[in-house]
Design a binder for this molecule. Structure first.
Ligand code: CTP
Length: 407
């Protein structure tokens, strides 16, 4: 096992997952699996106490690597494993291990490895809320964070002791999101990004509305990518059935229903923004008047619709002389109607419009992929069929190249 342990530790893309002795340790195989899904190898180090909650065998099977918990199992493993690792993640991280880290105590393989490791360290504390709230512990944690350790704070919920409180380990999805952010390019660090996504609902009466077709997947991908690249993200989203970005990241998520609500939120948030990306399917029309009581069924019913405000055009017209924020819109068309997209770019006075043909295979509404053409006054760049997340990355690459230059 020694040679195998050392050999694998040299692999270019691996992280070390430290598992410490809390009940949340039973979730650690799920974390291993989620990291491996990124194509990153995982080497697991446990404490003695963690072995009471999850077996080394389970972690060995799921990680496909030997699992170590003792300094003497594989000589110099604390050095060899730390070498070249992309990150050290401790999940769950107990009060005991966090306190040892902050005091420089190196009395087991994990704490020794921590002291030898020079890359990014991420900790996901899990403990009773009283312990998490303990002033001595808070000081220790603050000290570590001051030294650059990234904390994924525990969540509010039912704790192992039966009490409610802040102490539950963050989800595997949040841990993986944080890992991706920490090891990512960080090239949007500090940029304030507003992404507007999903459909709007325009109510006819309290139970009926008209809406647009939109899954919100492209907007979510844009917001997620901006977070992963270090942006300070606000996602303004109409109703979708997608998981909330605020469950896995620090993004601010504002849920809206009508185009009026969306307009208000976008105008307010875009004031401070560096980049606004409008990927929402805003209803172009709304009922002229809202009927307070549910309308009864009749043979015939005529609805008078009026135009909604063009949010994108309004945000664009509010820009000040320094020309911030950079504004991008989407033109979802049926057929190869780049001409319509170009016309919208001009009419709305924005920096970029992303054209996509929603009838093309691999570019539809609920699809996980998209095929896009980025159109700016100066250039047109095609983004071939790829996942919406990869496509979002390309869009931000282009936006960043513009932001860094004059515009
Ligand atoms: N948009 C907006 N407010 C509206 C309608 C659209 O901000 N009331 C934004 C969309 O979010 C998108 C861009 O404008 O980023 C283009 O939307 P689209 O529906 O393609 O264009 P419209 O201007 O509505 O023109 P048309 O419906 O005639 O195609």
């Amino acid at each position: 096992m020694e040679d195998k342990a050392r050999g694998r530790a040299d692999a270019a893309r691996h992280v070390v997952l430290g598992v410490t002795g809390g009940i949340a340790a039973y979730k650690s195989p799920l974390i291993v699996r989620a990291i491996k899904d990124l194509g990153i190898e995982v080497r697991v180090v446990m404490t003695e106490a963690a072995r009471q909650f999850v077996t080394p065998l389970a972690l060995e099977v799921v990680s496909e690597n030997p699992v170590l918990w003792d300094n003497f199992q594989s000589p110099l493993s604390h050095i060899n494993m730390a070498k070249g690792a992309l990150a050290l993640i401790i999940a769950p991280a107990t009060l005991n291990t966090i306190s040892k880290f902050s005091s420089g105590i190196a009395d087991n393989l994990l704490t020794t490895l921590f002291m030898a490791f020079r890359g990014p360290v991420i900790i996901a504390p899990a403990m009773n809320w009283r312990m998490y709230d303990n002033p001595i512990f808070k000081d220790r944690l603050a000290y570590l964070k001051d030294k650059g350790v990234v904390e994924i704070p525990p969540e509010m919920g039912q704790l192992a002791c039966g009490e409610q409180g802040v102490g539950r380990m963050a989800s595997a999805e949040r841990i993986v999101h944080t890992l991706r952010r920490v090891i990512g390019a960080n090239d949007m660090k500090g940029l304030r990004v507003v992404v507007v996504s999903g459909p709007t609902r325009e109510y006819i009466d309290p139970v009926r509305f008209i809406t647009n077709r939109s899954s919100g997947k492209m907007g979510l991908a844009l917001a997620r990518v901006a977070c992963l690249r270090g942006g300070v993200v606000t996602l303004i989203s109409g109703p979708t059935s997608l998981p909330s970005l605020s469950d896995i990241s620090d993004a601010e998520v504002i849920r809206v229903e009508t185009s009026g609500d969306m307009r208000r939120a976008v105008l307010e948030k875009s004031r401070e923004a560096d980049i606004v990306v409008m990927a929402a399917a805003v209803c172009d029309f709304k009922p002229e008047r809202f009927i307070e009581d549910k309308i009864s069924r009749t043979e015939r019913f005529t609805l008078d619709l009026i135009k909604t405000t063009d949010i994108l055009a309004e945000v664009s017209s509010h820009r000040n002389a320094s020309k911030t924020p950079y504004i991008a819109g989407f033109a979802a068309e049926t057929g190869d109607r780049k001409d319509r997209a170009r016309e919208k770019l001009k009419r709305k006075g924005i920096n970029m419009i992303v054209f996509n043909d929603v009838t093309a295979e691999g570019a539809g509404f609920d699809s996980d992929t998209n095929i896009m053409t980025v159109i700016t006054p100066e250039q047109e760049l095609s983004i071939p069929k790829m996942s919406k997340e990869d496509g979002a990355d390309r869009i931000f690459d282009i936006i960043l190249s513009h932001i860094k230059g004059p515009r």
